[in-house]
Design a protein around this ligand. Structure first.
Ligand SMILES: [Zn+2]
Length: 114
C-alpha cells in the first residue's frame, strides 16, 4: 500500500514542479537552497523545507528527489544529503542509502559537526 505522501508525489504535475522551482535559489556551490516554508526534522533538530501539495505539506527534499530526480526511496532506506545541508533540495545531492548506512555515516561524521 502506498503512503498518502507517496500518492501525492506520484500525482505531482509539471505545474507543481514549476511552483517548486520558484522557491529554489541555486547557490554557487551547486546546492539548491530552499526559500519556502520549513519545519524541524524528527529525530534531529535540523530545519527541513516543506512544500504544499494539494493542501498537504511534504518535505521539499523528498519532492525534489522523487519527482524531479526520479529517485524512489524503498522501505528501509533513507534519503541522505551528500552535501550535509538539510535545506538543500538538489536531487543530485540526495542519495538513497540503506538506513544502516545512514546511521554509520552519522557516527563517523559526528566528530566534525559544525
Ligand atoms: Zn546540496
Amino acid at each position: 500500500m502506498m503512503s498518502k505522501q507517496a500518492e501525492l508525489l506520484a500525482q505531482a504535475t509539471q505545474a507543481d514542479v514549476d511552483r517548486f522551482m520558484k522557491k529554489v535559489k541555486k547557490l554557487p556551490n551547486g546546492c539548491w537552497f530552499w526559500t519556502g516554508g520549513r519545519s524541524r526534522g524528527q529525530g534531529n533538530s535540523l530545519p527541513y523545507g516543506t512544500f504544499s501539495l494539494q493542501g498537504r505539506g511534504v518535505r521539499a527534499h523528498v519532492f525534489a528527489a522523487e519527482v524531479i530526480g526520479k529517485k524512489v526511496c524503498p522501505p528501509g532506506h533513507h534519503r541522505d544529503h551528500t552535501c550535509e545541508f538539510s535545506l538543500c533540495v538538489n536531487p543530485d545531492h540526495i542519495e538513497i542509502v540503506p538506513a544502516s548506512e545512514n546511521l554509520k555515516r552519522r557516527w563517523s561524521s559526528g566528530e566534525h559537526k559544525k
